[in-house]
Design a protein around this ligand. Structure first.
Ligand code: BGC
Length: 393
């Protein structure tokens, strides 16, 4: 059963620091208080006001086992995921900002819905049906994660969705024709479902009124030992991929599809992330660590299949990733440099967490040999990614 409990929050919120701080606008601390223990609930509360006057809501999904997923109306950003370790002790396993201002600019894309085109488009240029489009350049010479407007800093409309297993909410946003240079008005619905088997299922749907390109992902940074516990690079990762897409020096795929065999990109066996991260391998040098797209092994395109696993031997936490997408980007937070204070109230450094960005391949509009990212009027884009949380206990 799913329900919203506005009244309980309203009572609590009157004396709540976040509520009192609403007039103080941006910069207040997010209130990450533990939600009351209750099976399958969706609660919401305001957490601050953006400089333009928009109130940002925070939503708390709780399942029957006490697993919690919190997210914002701002960018759909997942701010917190609390899961048990092998002894039943809960910890937050995703990185986040300690204040709303961080999510408002979100240069790290912590927890965000990324679009209209996740990852890079070379020199911010692509051609579709004979017309050339130009996107904002925001990452060296390239366009990254949609450009300067980006879905990650938009306000999404959130509605509870009744489901038979767990708790769910749908987030909708319409990206206007021409936003960030992309053609077509794009209607996007992202549904977060927290099941009672401790899985976070993310459904992405989009329709357009003109031919366009679409690539949507979630940009959560995981640290299975717990947010703020330091480097996650000794945690183990497996990726169900025989091939990856090497890049040039600006992190744009060369177009080659290379075997992982015999390289530090081979994660077919569960391997500590840091086992080979300092190998003198050109791809790792270019990206300052892992920041690459793996070509997932699939029996057929769009099949919902096992993509990746992460495991922390210390806490026993396991993360399994399943997706219909053809690729996954493992990014080992190479560009976190100790300059921001996280939701853990500690400073984040390189290797603090890792992402599994399920996606179409970077720069696909410029690589006809990659699976297409084109969406035409009358078609519905639908992709699914599941993050399943368990332990070895
Ligand atoms: C990119 C990284 C980038 C990070 C944060 C990842 O998806 O591949 O290169 O630094 O997002 O922006």
């Amino acid at each position: 059963m799913t329900h919203m409990s506005h009244s309980a929050l309203a009572t609590r919120s009157r004396h709540h620091p976040a509520f009192l701080g609403l007039t103080a606008a941006i910069g207040l601390s997010l209130a990450f208080a533990a939600a009351p223990a209750r099976a399958d609930s969706l609660a919401s509360e305001p957490v601050g006001i953006l400089p333009g006057g928009t109130v940002v809501q925070q939503y708390t999904m709780t399942n029957a086992n006490g697993v919690i997923v919190r997210f914002l109306s701002l960018g759909g950003c997942i701010t917190e995921i609390d899961t048990p370790d092998r002894n039943g002790n809960f910890a937050d396993i995703v990185l986040g900002y300690h204040d709303l201002a961080g999510y408002d600019s979100n240069g790290t894309y912590f927890g965000a819905i990324v679009g209209r085109y996740a990852n890079r488009i070379a020199k911010g240029t692509f051609t579709l049906d004979g017309e050339t489009y130009h996107l904002p350049i925001n990452n060296g010479v390239n366009s990254l994660h949609g450009g300067t407007v980006g879905f990650n800093t938009q306000i999404w409309r959130v509605t509870p969705k009744p489901v038979s297993d767990g708790v769910a909410a749908s987030l909708t946003y319409t990206s206007p024709d021409g936003q960030d240079g992309y053609p077509g008005s794009l209607n996007v619905t992202v549904t977060y479902t927290l099941t009672d088997s401790n899985a976070l299922r993310i459904d992405y749907e989009a329709t357009t009124d003109k031919p366009t390109v679409v690539n949507l992902t979630n940009h959560s940074y995981f640290n299975l030992r717990g947010n703020g516990s330091g480097s996650a690079l000794d945690e183990l990762v497996q990726i169900n991929a025989d091939f990856y897409t090497p890049t040039d020096a600006t992190q744009i795929p060369t177009g080659a599809i290379e075997p992982v065999a015999g390289t530090p990109m081979d994660f077919r066996k569960l391997t500590p992330i840091d086992a080979r991260i300092r190998a003198p391998f050109q791809q790792l040098i270019l990206a300052q660590g892992y920041d690459h797209n793996w070509v997932l092994n699939k029996p057929r395109p769009n099949a919902l299949t096992y993509a990746a696993k992460a495991y922390d031997p210390e806490t026993g936490r396991i993360l399994l990733v399943f997706t219909t997408e053809p690729g996954v980007q493992l990014y080992t937070s190479n560009f976190l440099n100790g300059s921001l204070i996280g939701s853990s109230n500690t400073v984040y450094r390189q290797g603090e967490g890792f992402t599994f960005e399920t996606q179409h391949f970077p720069d696909s509009p410029n690589h006809p040999n990659f699976p297409t990212t084109e969406l035409k009027p009358g078609q519905t884009f639908h992709s699914v990614t599941i993050f399943r949380f368990s332990t070895d206990g």
